[in-house]
Design a protein around this ligand. Structure first.
Ligand SMILES: [Zn+2]
Length: 150
């Protein structure tokens, strides 16, 4: 696999080839009666998109979820905020928080996307034994995992 560039290249969840800002896509399912789930990063092409035929499909170009604007896009899924919903009447339910948070980490934390390729090896080596829930995915932790396992 070619060298990954933090926050500019990702691994497509379908074809497992690199996907970049120009051809990247985030898709998920968003049924009215529950909440968004099954987030996936993939190429913006039919053969890599898996939710294409789902009635509750939602998707957007990956660039919409990068940097501060992208973080705000993600956060609006958790809470649209006090200006538009002062009484918290529309707090969404996220039935698949793990998938949501994984998408946020992949698109917001530098080095996370490449480091996740080595997480299994690092776990086997006990790499995370001394890490707390914050330190485990900090950019410097991810960068060290890449340096140690690539
Ligand atoms: Zn793909």
């Amino acid at each position: 696999m070619p060298k990954m560039i933090p926050l500019k290249s990702w691994v497509c969840d379908s074809c497992h080839q690199l996907v970049g800002i120009n051809d990247g896509w985030l898709e998920w399912l968003s049924p009215q009666d529950s909440g968004p789930h099954s987030y996936r990063i993939c190429h913006n092409r039919a053969k890599c998109q898996k939710h294409t035929n789902a009635y509750d499909r939602a998707d957007m170009h990956i660039r919409e979820f990068l940097e501060a604007d992208g973080l705000q896009s993600f956060l609006s899924n958790l809470d649209i905020g006090p200006l538009l919903d002062p009484d918290q009447k529309y707090m969404p339910h996220l039935p698949d928080m793990r998938s949501f948070v994984e998408a946020v980490r992949r698109l917001q934390i530098p080095f996370y996307e490449e480091a996740r390729l080595y997480f299994d090896k690092a776990i086997d080596d006990g790499y995370f034994a001394d890490q707390n829930e914050v330190g485990v995915f900090l950019p410097q932790t991810c960068k060290a995992i890449i340096a140690g396992y690539e």
